[in-house]
Design a protein around this ligand. Structure first.
Ligand code: CA
Length: 233
């Protein structure tokens, strides 16, 4: 019996699929493969994998529809694999409940990091682990109880909105949050505060990052949203 986490690779390009399977096998994962969308949906049900890597460009059906159909009955973490420049597709996948995305061509370490993050997040929500009172990331420390943010022990002065954005990102460390998602959570539905969000993010960066042009804590996912680092290199 194989107890390594099972990962379903949905990819019609055999060379990519074989490469990913080899990387996963040598990192204590148990890969299974599907080169079509329909088979992927039935394998997701019959094998109950721990995670799905889903290529969006499939021969028989749109990867987005594969995701939609899996999400009707399952919360299995799904990382979509998308081509460079297809931002709208990535946003759509995230809004439909994909956990993350990775852009082709990607490196092995990036792929493994995304898989670890997605598995950890699903484990957390599965066990219902509560959100910590305090988190630290590099020199950054956030105390949710006191609503206090410090950098190297010194208080960072934030507006209430800036604090709520940091709180939201830090409770989803390692995960990309779309612009729409952040706006809905902070300003509520029926608003279009994209410009306000950008201004707030620029201010947050100035307060947190030594070099805002090369952020270490909060990354911009161009055309998609923002992601807070899970660890500081
Ligand atoms: Ca493809």
């Amino acid at each position: 019996m194989n107890h390594n986490p099972m990962i379903l690779i949905v990819e019609d390009d055999a060379s990519i699929s074989n490469f990913i399977a080899a990387v996963l096998s040598s990192n204590q994962y148990h890969p299974i493969k599907s080169d079509k969308g329909k088979t992927a949906v039935s394998m997701a049900a019959s094998h109950c994998p721990d995670l799905i890597l889903l290529d969006l460009g499939l021969p028989d059906m749109d990867g987005i529809d594969v995701l939609r159909s899996i999400r009707e009955w399952s919360a299995i973490p799904v990382i979509v694999v998308s081509a460079r420049g297809h931002e709208r597709e990535k946003v759509e996948a995230l809004d439909l409940g994909a956990d993350d995305y990775i852009t082709k061509p990607f490196g092995t370490s990036e792929l493994l990091a995304r898989i670890r993050t997605a598995l950890r997040h699903s484990q957390k929500s599965f066990t219902g682990a509560s959100i910590a009172d305090k988190i630290s990331l590099g020199e950054l420390e956030i105390n949710f109880e006191k609503r206090l943010v410090t950098m190297s022990g010194k208080e960072v002065h934030l507006t209430p909105i800036e604090y709520r954005i940091i709180q939201l990102l830090s409770q989803n460390m390692g995960k990309v949050l779309t612009h729409d998602y952040i706006i809905r959570e902070i300003w509520g539905p029926y608003t279009n505060e994209i410009q306000t969000l950008r201004v707030n993010m620029a201010n947050i960066r100035r307060k947190l990052e030594k070099n805002p042009a090369e952020p270490r804590y909060i990354f911009t996912e161009v055309g998609v949203g923002y992601r807070m680092a899970e660890e500081i290199q």
